[in-house]
Design a protein around this ligand. Structure first.
Ligand code: AFP
Length: 323
């Protein structure tokens, strides 16, 4: 099985970017080890703090954030970072060519139940015309991403990575200590009978989403003419991994539950990197009205509606929104 660096070199990725990706993965290996130790490492449970998103931080959120932040900034090739767990962007080397955004621990409430969690990251080109300390550096659409990926801390630790030449899956070989290529060309099946959505929000959705899910639930006798199955991991990283592995549609639509927070998922840390991975594997990703990767961001902590996965199913869902 092939190691990460030769695969990236073959895809034409330059040396600085390879070493940046390897650094992000070195931090993820450390996180993977701590996650695996669980209660033994004293890393489970919450801190007394809230992050910028108004969510109580888990000890693992803080630990993962510090590891990634310190290790990425030490590379010297990064101009600034932006993390879901940081109020503001953090400046690095003014001459750095890259920007990194990350969700250090996606699905962190799952740490309480020893279930799936992961780290999501995205790499953007640094803007020469904007100061390293200026958050405007990051206000670039997802189409500008140079690379994106996630590391899933599951029964095995897996990496999904794209540098714009398809999506590849790697598995951490804990005896050798590196990620080995285990699936070269991920292809999301276009047709699916599986959907993922938090059904408890149903009454708060917009009419288009209400109508779409109602028809899925009708099953074979209904307008879709087939039965659908449902899955919800409560960690986008786990739900998207399933979509990459066997297809499906994942949705976190806008809702009216909290008028101040119509959307839950974060554009920079979750939606854009996942959209890049899914599109590179032949799937689609939209807010219901717009391709996610074409959104011009206005804020680093901006939230968006997300509908992504199997091409034909996403297209069907979008028709409900448009009508
Ligand atoms: P955290 O990273 O704060 O745990 O949030 C996870 C998440 O943003 C995303 O990964 C899940 O899909 C979603 O929240 C789960 O939301 P519900 O709490 O509505 O199930």
């Amino acid at each position: 099985m092939r190691r990460l660096a030769p695969v990236l070199r073959q895809d034409g990725v330059d040396t600085d970017l390879i070493s940046l990706i390897k650094t992000i993965l070195a931090a993820c290996k450390e996180i993977s080890f701590r996650v695996g130790q669980g209660e033994l490492a004293g890393v489970l449970g919450s801190t007394l703090d809230e992050n910028i998103q108004g969510e109580t931080q888990k000890k693992l959120d803080v630990l993962a954030n510090e590891l990634l932040k310190d290790m990425i900034l030490e590379t010297g090739v990064v101009k600034a970072i932006s993390s879901e767990e940081e109020d503001y962007t953090v400046a690095g080397n003014p001459e750095g060519r890259y920007l990194v955004t990350f969700d250090p621990l996606d699905g962190s409430s799952n740490t309480d139940i020893n279930s799936l969690i992961g780290t999501i990251f995205s790499i953007l080109p640094a803007r020469a015309d904007v100061d390293a300390a200026d958050a405007a550096q990051f206000l670039q659409p997802g189409t500008a991403q140079i690379a994106a990926g996630y590391v899933l801390y599951g029964p095995s630790t897996m990496l999904a990575l794209t540098t714009g030449k398809g999506t590849k899956l790697y598995t951490l070989d804990k005896t050798y200590g590196g990620f080995l290529l285990t699936q070269e060309e991920v292809a999301v099946p276009g047709v699916t009978a599986e959907f993922a959505i938090n059904m408890s929000n149903q009454r708060h959705w917009q009419p288009g989403m209400q109508a779409y899910v109602a028809d899925l639930l009708e099953g074979k006798p209904g307008p879709r003419g087939k039965n659908f199955n449902m899955r919800w991991i409560a960690a986008m990283v786990g739900d998207v991994h399933r979509v990459l592995c066997r297809g499906g549609i994942f949705m976190y639509p806008s809702d009216t539950k909290d008028p101040n927070k119509p959307n839950k998922l974060r554009l920079m840390y979750e939606a854009n990197p996942m959209s890049f991975l899914v599109e590179q594997a032949g799937g689609l990703s939209s807010t219901g009205y717009q391709r996610i990767m074409e959104i011009e961001p206005t804020d680093i902590h901006q939230r968006v509606a997300v509908i992504l996965g199997s091409k034909h199913e996403v297209e069907t869902c979008l028709k409900y929104h448009q009508s």
